[in-house]
Design a protein around this ligand. Structure first.
Ligand code: TRP
Length: 361
C-alpha cells in the first residue's frame, strides 16, 4: 500500500497502524481528556506524541505546527485541526501555521487570485473558530525567509530519488518541490534562526503521512529532533460517502448560506428505519448515522448526553425527526455566531495575506 497525499483515496486506518507503524493513542491524562477529539478517539493515532506531550508537561520548549492548502471551500472536515490548534494555543503552546501556496500553485495549479481568495477565507475561518491572529505565527510558503529556503534546498541533498519514489510513487517537479518545502515547514522552527531544537507536534490527516515520514527521516539526517505527528479520522460525508470538496452535498461549509447548510443536513443519511413503527421496534443505528456523527465530531461536548442520545436512538425512543431538529437548532446558532465573527476577522485576514503574498508572475 502507498498513500498518495495528492489524490483522494480512502484511508484504511488498520493498515496505517499495521503497515506504516502509526501508533494508536494511549493513555489520556486529565488535560488531554478535556478534549473531545482525544476522548472519542477522533485523534486516533500518532508517532512519538507522548515524547512531545511529556516535554510539554515538563515545561520544556515545545511547539505545534501545521499547514493548510488554500483550495476549495472550508468545511467541517477542516475544523478538527483548527480545534486542536486552539486547544494547544489555550494551553500556551506556540502555534505556527503554514499556508501551502507553493503546493497549491505547483501541484494543484491554482491561480494567484484563487490562492489569495482561498487563503483569506481559510484564515478568516480559522480566526472565527478561535485561533488568535496575534498569537499565531502565520506564513505563506512562497515568502517565509532565506533560512527556510536554504533548509528546503539543502534537504534535497539528503534524500535520493529512489527513496522519494518509494514514498510517493510517480513524482513531478511540483511534487518534489512541494514535498521538500513541506519538510522545511515541519523542520524549520528548529533552525537557530527560529527557536532552535525542540519537539514539534504536527496535527494532520493521515493522508499527510508520506510527508511526515519524509520529514522525520530528514530530521534525523540533519541532527534535528524527530517531529511528532498526530492523526485524526476523516469525517464521513453527509451522504455517508467520502466527504469531498468536489461534492457539495457531502459537506457543511462555513462559507455557504446558513439555510443551505441546514438544508443539506436535513437531507443527510441517517441510521433511521423505513417506518416509524419499525424504528420504535428495532431502534435506530447511530453508527451509520451522519446526524449522530455530527454530534460526535462537533456538536455535543458532553459524553453523557452523547451516550444518552445513542441509547435513546438504539432503544427506539428517540426518533430521527426530533434528533435532527435538535441538531439543526445547534448548527444554526453556531453558524450564525461563526458568520458574525467572520465579518469581524475578514479584514485582519486580508491585511495579513496582502503582506505575505507577492508573486513575480
Ligand atoms: N500538504 C498539506 C495539505 O495538503 C498542507 C501542508 C503544508 C502541511 N505544509 C504543511 C501540513 C506542514 C502539515 C505540516 O493540506
Amino acid at each position: 500500500m502507498q498513500i498518495d497525499p495528492w489524490s483522494s483515496s480512502i484511508i484504511d486506518y488498520d493498515r496505517l497502524v499495521s503497515e506504516f507503524g502509526i501508533e494508536r493513542m494511549g493513555r489520556l491524562d486529565e488535560i488531554l481528556s478535556q478534549n473531545h477529539l482525544f476522548r472519542r478517539g477522533i485523534v486516533f493515532g500518532h508517532r512519538d506524541f507522548y515524547a512531545w506531550w511529556n516535554d510539554f508537561r515538563d515545561g520544556k520548549k515545545v511547539s505545534i505546527l501545521t499547514g493548510m492548502m488554500p483550495s476549495g471551500p472550508f468545511h467541517l472536515g477542516h475544523k478538527m485541526v483548527v480545534d486542536q490548534l486552539v486547544f494547544y494555543q489555550n494551553l500556551g503552546v506556540p502555534v505556527t501555521l503554514a499556508i501551502a501556496d507553493v503546493e497549491a500553485r505547483t501541484v494543484r495549479r491554482k491561480t494567484p487570485e484563487e490562492i489569495r481568495e482561498n487563503t483569506i477565507n481559510y484564515l478568516t475561518n480559522y480566526f472565527a473558530l478561535g485561533l488568535d491572529p496575534d498569537k499565531t505565527d502565520i506564513y505563506m510558503q512562497s515568502s517565509r525567509s532565506v533560512a527556510y529556503y536554504r533548509l528546503a534546498n539543502m534537504l534535497a541533498g539528503k534524500v535520493t530519488f529512489a527513496e522519494m519514489e518509494a514514498i510517493y510513487g510517480t513524482l513531478s517537479p511540483g511534487k518534489i518541490t512541494s514535498a521538500l518545502i513541506q519538510a522545511a515547514d515541519i523542520l524549520h522552527k528548529q533552525l537557530s534562526d527560529y527557536d532552535g531544537k525542540h519537539r514539534v507536534l504536527v496535527p494532520v490527516g493521515p493522508d499527510q503521512d508520506p510527508h511526515i515520514r519524509l520529514a522525520r527521516d530528514l530530521a534525523e539526517r540533519i541532527g534535528f529532533v524527530t517531529p511528532s505527528p498526530n492523526y485524526h479520522l476523516f469525517m464521513a460525508g453527509l451522504d455517508g460517502q467520502k466527504m469531498s470538496s468536489s461534492r457539495p452535498t457531502s459537506y457543511v461549509s462555513l462559507d455557504e448560506p446558513v439555510e443551505e447548510a441546514l438544508r443539506k443536513i436535513k437531507n443527510a443519511l441517517t441510521g433511521g428505519r423505513n417506518t416509524l413503527e419499525e424504528q420504535k421496534k428495532l431502534g435506530g443505528q447511530p453508527g451509520k448515522c451522519m446526524i449522530f456523527s455530527l454530534y460526535v465530531y462537533h456538536f455535543e461536548n458532553s459524553d453523557e448526553s452523547l451516550d444518552e442520545r445513542r441509547r435513546a436512538c438504539e432503544n427506539g425512543t428517540l426518533m430521527c425527526g426530533e434528533c435532527k431538529k435538535e441538531l439543526l437548532g445547534r448548527v444554526e446558532e453556531w453558524l450564525l455566531d461563526v458568520k458574525a465573527k467572520k465579518i469581524k476577522y475578514r479584514p485582519i485576514a486580508e491585511k495579513l495575506v496582502d503582506k505575505m503574498m507577492d508573486y513575480p508572475f
